[in-house]
Design a protein around this ligand. Structure first.
Ligand SMILES: Cc1cc2nc3c(=O)[nH]c(=O)nc-3n(C[C@H](O)[C@H](O)[C@H](O)COP(=O)(O)OP(=O)(O)OC[C@H]3O[C@@H](n4cnc5c(N)ncnc54)[C@H](O)[C@@H]3O)c2cc1C
Length: 426
């Protein structure tokens, strides 16, 4: 990796022609990563009257967000042992925050179009201690399970043994969420290959980002010299390489992988957790593919325990687990597949999931991981609080990426629209 340069900042009119012809632009912030975190932070900065720009290397929502199930957890899954854990404490206010954004009474306004479902269901596999956990889980949570009468159960859960509950955790479509976050700020977004962004460390402690259109497919774009007061890394797994590029050598990131199961076909809508003991055996969320088929995205313990299985082995095993959890449902006429995804987070001593969103400021650079999609609003609040002392009193100026010819990143497709191998159920 080339060593970052060091030089003194020059005002725009003193700079030479070529890439410097436009002079440098002072911005309140440059954000790396155009997915849930980066876009949410950008919207909140814009709402606070700050001028920022977001750089995405791929497509908007690529990475974990496109792969995710979109459940706005309220902490139940972290209290199944009957204790109010640190994770549950951190996340318990999130469903109300998201609800307010979805209803448009809190910024960023998202609209109900982002919703896959207004609530989830919760049922017990019938094996091991589960009901106790579900009841203990009500302690301290703002979203608690509401037991349903047999008549109130969704039909797909008719055959499951024991208690079925409704859980007021909303489920969002990650793709529609990303679209809704990006729509009002499109002129602040640009796509640039990693190589197209150079970093210079200035003698006064500032940073200059040099965006070279010749190193990306940005034909007709003008070179950009950006002098951000804050650099915000919200690039998920890409944060590690960005930190190295910016000269931050302290390792901060861990990656936990999962292998998710997919089913498609004539399936009913279902957004639900099946609990076994003190954890979620399977978590099923529903969407539609471009051919109009229902898609079941299946995660939970199955996706963690099955991470090292070959995809066809996970499919065979997963079909049985899901069928059994649904009370012996045949699931005939369906097709099955699997995909891998990596979760990028701050390191923890035992490599466990961190309890909360994480943001750290080192000089002008803020590194951020939400840990969960549900925690993105909390992450954005922390990032804005860390960045505020860097902004100063002098106003920055807006940059219009479209007027400067830089391309708008497209929306990433969901995993089931990719080139996956599908197996028909017998
Ligand atoms: C299978 C799965 C299921 C999940 N389900 C849930 C759930 O139901 N509920 C929940 O709360 N959480 C869930 N999560 C966690 C959630 O998806 C993540 O916490 C969240 O989406 C992270 O969003 P992000 O924007 O921080 O990162 P990402 O979504 O990973 O986005 C990072 C972005 O940065 C871009 N990028 C990378 N490198 C660079 C670079 N050098 N320069 C510029 N841009 C760059 C990428 O292209 C990408 O667009 C799930 C995660 C997985 C993997």
């Amino acid at each position: 990796m080339p060593k970052p340069l060091t030089r003194s900042p020059q005002p725009a009119q003193q700079r030479a022609a070529g890439p410097a012809a436009d002079g440098f632009r002072v911005l309140d912030a440059v954000i790396f990563g155009g997915s849930a975190s980066g876009l949410w932070i950008l919207r909140q900065l814009a709402a606070a009257g700050r001028f920022a720009l977001l750089i995405e290397t791929d497509r908007l929502g690529a990475g974990q967000t496109a792969a995710c199930q979109g459940i706005i957890h309220g902490g139940l899954k972290y209290t199944l042992n009957g204790q109010l854990s640190a994770s549950a404490r951190a996340i318990r206010s999130m469903p109300a925050v998201w609800r307010a954004c979805i209803d448009g009474v809190r910024a960023p306004a998202l609209g109900r179009g982002v919703l896959r479902a207004d609530h989830c269901h919760l049922w017990h596999s019938g094996r091991a201690l589960g009901h106790l956990g579900m009841i203990g889980a009500r302690r301290g949570l703002r979203v608690a399970p509401v037991p349903l009468t047999p008549e109130e159960r969704p039909q797909v859960l008719d055959a499951v043994p024991g208690l079925v509950c409704r859980l007021d955790e909303q489920v969002v479509s990650p793709r529609r969420l990303v679209g809704a976050l990006a729509a009002p700020v499109q002129n602040l977004l640009l796509r640039a290959a990693p190589d197209a962004v150079g970093v210079e460390h200035l003698a006064d402690g500032g940073l200059m980002l040099v965006l070279d259109p010749a190193r990306t497919e940005a034909t007709g774009a003008r070179p950009l010299l950006l002098r951000p007061r804050a650099v915000i890394l919200a690039a998920g797994i890409g944060n590690a390489a960005l930190r190295a590029k910016l000269g931050l050598n302290r390792p901060l990131m861990q990656v936990r992988s999962v292998q998710m199961l997919l089913a498609r076909g004539d399936l009913p809508e279902l957004n639900a957790h099946c609990v076994e003991g003190a954890s979620a055996l399977v978590t099923i969320t529903s969407d539609r593919d471009s051919a109009g088929r229902t898609i079941w995205q299946i995660g939970g313990g199955l996706s963690e325990d099955g991470v090292d299985l070959a995809a066809d082995a996970l499919v065979r095993h997963g079909r049985q687990v899901v069928g059994a959890a649904l009370g012996g449902r045949a699931l005939s006429g369906t097709e099955w597949s699997a995909y891998r995804a990596d979760k990028a987070e701050v390191t923890t001593p035992g490599g466990q999931r961190p309890d909360d969103a994480f943001a750290l400021r080192e000089g002008r650079i803020i590194t951020a991981w939400p840990t969960k999609l549900a925690l993105v609003p909390r992450l954005a609040e922390r990032v804005l609080a860390l960045a505020a002392p860097l902004f100063g009193d002098r106003p920055a100026a807006p940059v219009d990426c479209r007027a400067l010819g830089w391309p708008l990143p497209a929306l990433a497709p969901p995993p089931w629209e990719g080139s996956l191998q599908w197996t028909a159920a017998d």
